[in-house]
Design a protein around this ligand. Sequence first.
Ligand code: PRX
Length: 661
Amino acid sequence: MLAPQGVTMSDAIESLLKENRRFEPPAEFAKEARVTSREAYEALYRESVDDPDTFWRRESEALVFRTPWTKTLEWNLPHARWFLGATLNVSESCLDRHLSTPVANKTALLWEGENGDTRKLTYAELHRQTVLLASALKQLGIEKGDRVAIYMGMIPEVAVAMLACARIGAVHTVVFGGFSADALRDRIQDSQAKLVITQDGASRRGQIVPLKNTVDRALEQPEAKSATKTIVFRHFGSERCTVDMKEGRDLWWDDVLASVTTECAPEVVDAEHPLFILYTSGSTGKPKGVLHTSAGYLVGAHVTTKYVFDLRDSDIYWCTADVGWVTGHSYLVYGPLSNGATCFMYEGAPNYPDWGRFWSMVERHKITILYTAPTAIRACMRQGDAWPAKHDLSSLRLLGTVGEPINPEAWIWYHHTIGRGRCPIVDTWWQTETGSIMLTTLPGAAASKPGSTGLPLFGVVLDVVTPKGEAVGPNEGGLLVLRKPWPSMARTLWGDDERFRQSYFNTIEGCYFTGDGARRDEDGYMWVVGRIDDVLNVAGHRIGTAELESALVSHPAVAEAAAVGRPDDLKGTALVVFVSLRPGFSADQALRDQLGEHVAKEIGRFARPDVIRFADSLPKTRSGKIMRRLLKDVAAGRESTGDTSTLEDFGVLAKLRQDED
Ligand code: PRX
């Protein structure tokens, strides 16, 4: 049976099975909530599945469609087309629609830099900046359907850049600022991006991360030759961050905006026009370019933001995710802006200058909704209660978590120490490919259970099945699949439709396979235990073992490499790699450091292994496949209980155990 990286399915399920606490929605919250009871949720859910047309039409009423759709769904597995016949421009729903309402002068983005600087952009200002940049992109020759790479940090201009692309029908591909030049180059090459939008540098722990220099190193390489222009936002200025501007290629953001001569009407596109590509790791090969299209994605992000966060006009909403990941796309930009929310955005590290930073910002900006990752919660929890205790957190009314399973201890800490027992917690399960939240307990409507991701959201029809596709009973573990298409689902993998089919629709017939293992309890609540394919979730970052291994074997010293996960109290999963060396290289600390650096260069610093272990050889089956299951046991310091009869040489395993650090 497939098992999550680092833990066996039975271990993970065992520990979650013991968890049976329930937290009813606080009465004060439930009274005012959008959905006030489980019955009300079930009625809406049933409608979304039985009569999707009525449901989605009503729930997307606030969005701007230039022409309404004539058909809700066309499903030709694995290809879904939603809202056929509709035309729209996503930026109109996020910006223009607010201009004739009081929201025009409401703060759209409230930003704080690591050094304490703050900025505010109203909806009207965000619209203005977006229109200017969109016009500039057009003047530079970017046309509908062209790809634009965005390599920026957490500043308001990253939202401007995304929305400007959407406005002219260009397809953005945001590359997380922690990726290396080589990783950026690969994404530019795969998407054939014509232009890169970047900034001089970004703040991190008091240092400046020189983003533009990294872009230079990516663009120097012939593989990235499709990108012939860059637009550079000056975040620091030349005294603090010097950049080389290449004549004819690099343009300053301010100059480009100043030279705009025409207004930019939104380009009206078809419902299925591509909105963005976001690269994510898969279980094999190079990163996958997940493609999301306009209407379905927008509707998914809009409706889930409104219901899951129970959004009110007065909320100050903070999603801590970096915009380089899907959470930043859906819940920092498209979901909240299409709802007219005020979004807080922070550029910097959570512990800078100290572990009180998050809580000080909650207090100072009167944040009402906080959406973050279990890794961040665990890291804060480890620092003790004194940090949050110093701050007035009474503005908070709702807490959210995403990205990895949350252990009940961290959930309880979040509930008591941050939420002070007053705030419901929404544990939201979803993926880059799903585009929007699929599972959670709607706050106010249903009790939360620490560690459970709750119930399916609107239009989500899921199941837990055996590898043969048979549904399992309550509390039995199995594979998490989605049985029906949903509006914000990925439409394909950029340039590789066959891989799209292979990756998601080949495991369980007729279903989308998530790659996760789960169980459903007697109450219908889902308990997601984590990846059961060769993808690791390290501190909420998705890392493909194949990608990491190919980065390692590209180093001259490495003959073979295998990457596995090991349970970790802080990161959820720690990254352990086993490496065998080519003759002539010695297994020492200097080489370990070099290999760590090499991975940082190939992928990014966040993918550096936690542990590198040298091995004479790796355990293999007689047919030559590396036995990862055994390596996982070795990494976790556990005896292997499973079948080892196909192991070629027992000596290899014994030797690895002997060499344990
Ligand atoms: O394993 C699941 C885990 O994160 C994976 C998706 O990663 P990514 O595409 O990077 O998107 C992360 C943010 C949406 C899933 O396959 N995951 C995500 N949320 C949860 C989770 N695991 C458990 N509980 C969650 N709430």
